[in-house]
Design a protein around this ligand. Structure first.
Ligand SMILES: CC(C)(COP(=O)(O)OP(=O)(O)OC[C@H]1O[C@@H](n2cnc3c(N)ncnc32)[C@H](O)[C@@H]1OP(=O)(O)O)[C@@H](O)C(=O)NCCC(=O)NCCS
Length: 187
């Protein structure tokens, strides 16, 4: 994975100007149109994008979301981690989501660089476990997350119904607690 000269930055609330939100919408919609499974069935309309990116900005302001972007005009990649503010017993556990790289930029290490940066931010903020779900058909994403320390802890058959097709979902987690030892590592 060639990660040289990849410039990443954390998104700030001030990045959500109308131009900034439009750049994000362009990146997200292009990923969706190219078959990226990032949680949307179809490209977002202007109004849907406004609602989604307003909520994202709010999450960043409140400290419930950390998002990383690459590139500027156009944006090359994106990824985030978030916590469920309502889940009082699960505040140590954050979810990885919306990891995507612009198609023309794929296979150059950018996806890995984004996830590594999210891992570094998570460690810096003492987040203990990162988890995610991914369609079992998304080989690229599964390989990427596996390489960066995520392990499968379950498969949920039929978790997604995409139009008429049921898709199984893989749940993966990366345990960042240095004291953690999985049972299988014990003598
Ligand atoms: C998943 C995704 C973000 C990977 O981004 P990327 O910049 O191409 O990934 P990288 O170049 O950093 O690849 C890192 C590793 O992931 C794996 N990988 C990436 N793309 C792959 C592919 N098409 N097939 C198999 N493995 C792949 C490889 O192990 C790769 O290491 P290598 O290049 O040394 O072999 C990108 O394919 C994407 O945007 N997909 C659409 C959106 C999506 O589905 N996101 C996942 C949501 S859970």
């Amino acid at each position: 994975m060639a990660t040289a000269s990849i410039r990443l930055r954390l998104l700030k609330p001030s990045d959500f100007s109308s131009e900034g939100a439009k750049a994000l919408q362009t990146l997200f919609n292009a990923s969706i149109m190219h078959g990226g499974t990032i949680g949307f069935l179809k490209p977002m309309s202007r109004r849907e994008a406004q609602t989604y990116f307003d909520a994202l900005k709010q999450g960043i302001e409140n400290g419930h979301v950390i998002a990383v972007v690459a590139g500027s005009k156009p944006l090359d990649g994106f990824g985030l981690i978030r916590r469920d503010a309502e889940d009082r017993l699960g505040n140590h556990v954050w979810e990885v989501g919306r990891v995507m790289v612009r198609q023309e930029m794929q296979r150059h290490g950018l996806g890995a660089a984004i996830v590594k940066r999210l891992l570094a931010e998570a460690k810096r903020r003492k987040i203990e476990i990162l988890w995610l779900d991914v369609r079992i058909t998304n080989v690229a994403a599964i390989e990427l997350f596996q390489k960066l320390g995520f392990r499968t802890w379950g498969i949920f058959p039929g978790r997604i119904k995409d139009r008429r097709t049921y898709v199984d979902v893989l749940y993966m987690a990366n345990d960042l607690r240095h004291t953690y030892r999985p049972l299988r590592d014990l003598p």
